[in-house]
Design a protein around this ligand. Structure first.
Ligand SMILES: Nc1ncnc2c1ncn2[C@@H]1O[C@H](COP(=O)(O)OP(=O)(O)OP(=O)(O)O)[C@@H](O)[C@H]1O
Ligand SMILES: [Mg+2]
Length: 252
């Protein structure tokens, strides 16, 4: 659906790239999660895949006509301009009342149509953003930290919903997340990013990868424990970054 090859991006300082030599792809119906510390280039990667940032080098190929539902990490809401949830759902594409109601019910916030966007709680707003993304019947859902503001049961419910969406619509899902334990349970593939791809693979493989454990420390122990009892690790399948793999944790 999307393939990035040897991507290098630097925002302000050309000699200090935010992303270096990153390869990335996502296939139909795949759930791929990008993890990494703050400032490691996750949002930049997502925006580069969508064509929203200029590339210094490399290329991004997207399937022609691909319908993408994107929930950015930060959404600017004009506070001075009143807008109901119902109207917000019809931007940029007009949707019918029944579809709007169904999408809100689907994402766990039924009946919010009449509320002002600015009056929503953080968690409610995230669910409304997801509802709006789903209304476009996306083939690829791109969600940058979609569980920010959700409480713990909300996070678990959110990932369950994402799996349902994938099962029902066959949509591929690309997420950025800091919820390591849930990520590891709910993703087909995890990409560990720190300016470059430190390691990637199935959750089992990434949990056991030294680069991942160096980057996430104690938290990584928890995700490794998740698999230790259930799986024989096959370290040969760990795809280490080619460029600075061993320096992963010290790069930033
Ligand atoms: N538009 C921009 N102009 C200049 N620098 C930017 C811009 N966007 C991001 N950066 C810088 O690029 C680096 C990576 O930012 P990015 O937002 O991709 O990180 P992230 O991994 O998504 O972090 P977080 O977990 O905090 O969301 C940071 O140092 C950031 O300051
Ligand atoms: Mg980000």
């Amino acid at each position: 659906m999307i393939r990035a090859t040897d991507l290098t991006v630097s925002h302000a300082e050309p000699d200090r790239p935010v992303l270096s030599h990153v390869d990335f792809h996502i296939a139909p119906a795949e759930i791929v999660t990008v993890v990494g510390p703050n400032g490691s280039g996750k949002s930049t990667l997502v925006r580069a895949l969508l064509g929203h940032v200029a590339l210094d080098a490399g290329r991004v190929e997207r399937a022609p006509g691909l319908r993408i539902g994107y929930v950015p990490q930060r959404v600017h809401v004009e506070r001075s301009m009143p807008m109901t949830v119902r109207r917000f759902l019809s931007l940029p594409r007009r949707v019918g009342n029944a579809d709007a109601a169904a999408a809100l019910a689907r994402t766990g916030v039924p009946g919010l149509e009449g509320r002002q966007i600015t009056a929503l709680s953080g968690g409610q707003f995230q669910r409304v953003l997801l509802a709006r993304a789903l209304l476009g019947d996306p083939q690829l859902l791109v969600l940058d930290e979609p569980t920010q503001g959700l409480d713990q049961p909300g996070i678990v419910a959110f990932y369950k919903l994402i799996e349902e969406v994938r099962a029902e619509t066959g949509a591929a899902i690309l997420m950025v997340s800091h919820d390591l334990l849930v990520v590891m349970r709910a993703s087909d593939r995890v990409v560990c990013l720190n300016g470059h791809v430190c390691c990637e693979g199935t959750p089992q493989v990434v949990s056991a990868a030294p680069a991942y454990r160096a980057l996430f420390g104690a938290e990584a122990q928890g995700t490794l424990a998740l698999y230790r009892h259930h799986h024989d690790h096959d370290h040969d399948h760990v795809a280490q970054g080619h460029h600075h793999g061993p320096r992963c944790a010290q790069d930033h």
